[in-house]
Design a protein around this ligand. Structure first.
Ligand code: NAD
Length: 262
């Protein structure tokens, strides 16, 4: 295994599961200290223990709702106090949220998805950037989705897709703004990946009146037999976090086994 991250510190949001978890393991295996941000959950603390067995004191799990500004600010500070700086930020936490016809979504359905996926991304960058600047260099990776591509639409997913498209725009603004500080910002657009994301889908009486297919159809990713794996995405994120991608910023990278080409 390569050792690209010795002496580096990474914040990973949504680290307790799926893509975040796979990335935390990959970065830690390659030498990084990892701050694992997730909502209060056992999986995140189990991951901390697992990684600390891999390499002593390399992981710190923190209960963080990324949409809570005060908590985000505090958690970034705790990370820097513990590990002495910050080099890599993976703004990955996200939810599917409420799915359904627009006129049947409540304002709070809408606002919940906006606050986790968009405001959470904003706050993650806002509080991390000053620490990256202190290092004179850094890499930020944001997890959007192929649903954030303008040519792609799916019935019922208007709040989610709006946030995912917003993250792409936000990443490009950030990349431009931060280039002079040698801080790179890239956004990844995964297709379907086998994770626990379906647990975050909110179906309820009001939004349940149309049938929304969420099953993964056979052949939907021509490159593979089924959906992608979190490790596939972790490899991409590690590349973007490392100096191997030193001249790449503002890029939007699709990782979907050709799902969005169909
Ligand atoms: P997942 O549900 O397995 O993991 C997401 C993690 O984020 C969970 O541990 C959850 O507790 C955490 N989280 C949710 N809200 C949070 C908050 N407010 N603060 C902190 N942590 C929070 O799902 P995943 O598929 O690994 O999702 C990661 C990212 O990938 C999301 O942004 C998602 O939109 C994106 N994505 C996933 C897929 C897919 O098919 N799985 C496809 C495209 C994009």
């Amino acid at each position: 295994k390569k050792q690209r991250f010795i002496g580096k510190t990474a914040i990973i949001t949504g680290a307790g599961s799926g893509i975040g978890r796979a990335t935390a393991i990959q970065l830690a295996r390659e030498g990084a200290n990892v701050a694992l941000f997730d909502l209060v959950n056992e999986r995140n603390f189990e991951l901390e223990q697992k990684l600390n067995k891999l390499r002593k004191d390399c992981a710190l799990a923190l209960d963080v709702d990324t949409s809570d500004a005060e908590r985000m600010e505090e958690a970034v500070r705790q990370t820097v106090e513990r590990f002495g700086g910050l080099d890599i930020v993976f703004a990955n936490a996200g939810i599917n949220g409420a799915v359904g016809p627009i006129e049947e979504l409540s304002l709070s359905d809408w606002e919940h998805t906006m606050s986790v996926n968009l405001t959470g991304t904003f706050l993650t960058l806002k509080y991390s950037i000053p620490h990256l600047k202190k290092k004179g260099k850094g890499s930020i990776i944001i997890t959007s989705s192929i649903n954030g591509n303008s040519r792609f639409a799916s019935f019922g997913w208007s709040p989610y897709s709006t946030t995912k498209a917003g993250q792409v725009a936000f990443a490009k603004m950030a990349a431009l703004e931060l280039a002079k500080f040698k801080i790179r910002v890239n956004v990844i657009c995964p297709g379907a990946i086998s994770t626990n994301i379906d647990e975050s889908t909110e179906f309820n009486e009001e939004v349940g009146s149309i049938v929304i297919p969420i099953e993964f159809p056979q052949g939907a990713q021509p490159l593979a037999d089924g959906p992608g794996k979190p490790d596939n995405v972790a490899e991409l994120v590690s590349f973007l976090a490392s100096d191997e991608s030193i001249h790449i910023t503002g890029a939007q990278i699709v990782i979907d086994g050709a799902e969005s080409l169909l």
